[in-house]
Design a protein around this ligand. Structure first.
Ligand code: RIB
Ligand code: CA
Length: 314
C-alpha cells in the first residue's frame, strides 16, 4: 500500500462533520494527524467537545484536537444551525466524554507546526467556516503554502444557498475568510451544494452500517435527527451528508468531477452576502483558480461511504 497521506480536518461538528471524521478514520489512504475546530453549527466550545467525543467514540482519542476561532473575521454572524444539528450539535446523541483534553495550542499554531514539520504534503479538509484557514494564511503564510491539497466543503456554483437564497452555510458564516482562502494559491477543491445535494444517504444506506457495531449504530443514531430535518425541510427521504462527501474526495482524489474555475465570494452586506460566484463560462488558467466539484456519481459515492462506515467496528 502507498504511504498514508497526512490529513488534517478543520471542522464544526455537526452531524455531517462527525460522519466525515469517522470516514477519515475508516480510510486506510489517510493518517488523521490533527483535528482543528471552529465556530459554526454550534459554538466553538461545543464543536471542540464534539470533536473530542467523536474521536473517542471511534477509539482514536490519540488524535489531537486544537480549538480555533470562536467567531468570524469581520462581521458577527451569531446564527447557528442547532435547528439542523440539534442544540449540542450531534443530533441529540450524548456521546461519552473523551479522556483526552484539548490540545493547549491554538488551532492555527497546531496546524502551522504540523505543516512545517511534515516531510510530505498534508491534505487539509475544511468542512466548517474558513476562519481558521484564513488566520493561518495571515499569521503563518509559509506554513499555509505547504498545504498539499485543501478540500473545502462550501459554496455553490449553480444551486443557490441553503442558509439564505444565495449562500451556503460555511461560506455565509465567514465570507471574508472564504474570500481569503478561495482567493489564494494553495491547490484547492471546492465541494459545494451542486454535488452534495445530489448525494443522498437513504434509510437503507444508513442500515448498511447501523448494524456493524456500536460506532456504526451511533453514527446512524446521529443521522436520525438529520433524517427528520431533511424530511420536513426538503421533503426528501434521506440525508445530505455534505462534509462526508468532501472527505470522500479528500481520501480518494478523483471521486468528484472537478473543473478549474475562477471563484469570487460576495463579501457585501446585501442579500447576496456569502454567495460564491463561480465563473462557468470557461476553464480557468489563473493561479488562484479553484477546482470546483461539478459532477458526482451519487450511487458510487454512497456505496463508498456505506462500505467504509461499515468497517468502523472492525
Ligand atoms: O452547508 C453545509 C455545511 O454547513 C456543512 O459543513 C454542515 O456541517 C454545516 O456546517
Ligand atoms: Ca461542517
Amino acid at each position: 500500500m502507498a504511504e498514508r497521506i497526512p490529513l488534517v480536518i478543520d471542522t464544526d461538528p455537526g452531524i455531517d462533520d462527525a460522519l466525515a471524521i469517522l470516514l477519515a478514520l475508516a480510510s486506510p489512504e489517510v493518517d488523521l494527524r490533527l483535528v482543528t475546530t471552529v465556530h459554526g453549527n454550534v459554538e466553538l466550545a461545543q464543536t471542540s467537545e464534539n470533536a473530542l467525543r467523536v474521536l473517542h467514540l471511534a477509539g482514536r482519542s490519540d488524535v489531537p484536537v486544537a480549538a480555533g476561532a470562536r467567531g468570524p473575521l469581520v462581521h458577527p454572524q451569531p446564527r447557528r444551525a442547532g435547528h439542523v444539528h440539534g442544540a449540542e450539535g450531534l443530533g441529540g446523541v450524548a456521546l461519552p466524554p473523551s479522556p483526552a483534553p484539548l490540545d493547549p495550542r491554538p488551532a492555527v499554531v497546531a496546524l502551522a507546526e504540523l505543516l512545517t514539520s511534515s516531510p510530505v504534503p498534508v491534505t487539509v479538509a475544511a468542512i466548517g467556516p474558513l476562519t481558521n484557514l484564513a488566520l493561518l494564511q495571515a499569521v503563518f503564510p509559509e506554513a499555509a503554502q505547504r498545504i498539499g491539497r485543501l478540500v473545502v466543503m462550501g459554496g455553490s456554483a449553480a444551486r443557490g444557498g441553503n442558509i439564505t437564497a444565495a449562500a451556503e452555510f460555511n461560506v455565509w458564516s465567514d465570507p471574508e475568510a472564504a474570500a481569503v482562502v478561495l482567493g489564494g494559491t494553495v491547490p484547492t477543491v471546492l465541494v459545494g451544494l451542486d454535488v452534495t445535494l445530489a448525494t443522498v444517504l437513504t434509510p437503507d444506506d444508513i442500515a448498511g452500517f447501523s448494524g456493524s457495531g456500536p460506532t456504526g449504530a451511533t453514527a446512524a443514531a446521529m443521522l436520525q435527527q438529520y433524517l427528520d430535518h431533511a424530511r420536513t425541510a426538503y421533503g426528501v427521504p434521506g440525508v445530505v451528508v455534505h462534509d462526508a462527501l468532501a472527505l470522500a474526495e479528500a481520501v480518494a482524489p478523483g471521486t468528484l468531477g472537478l473543473v478549474r474555475r475562477d471563484v469570487v465570494v460576495d463579501t457585501g452586506l446585501g442579500a447576496g452576502r456569502g454567495q460564491t460566484l463561480v465563473d462557468r463560462r470557461a476553464v480557468s488558467t489563473s493561479p488562484t483558480a479553484v477546482d470546483v466539484a461539478e459532477t458526482v456519481d451519487a450511487g458510487a459515492v454512497t456505496e463508498f461511504l456505506v462500505t467504509r462506515l461499515a468497517t468502523l467496528d472492525d
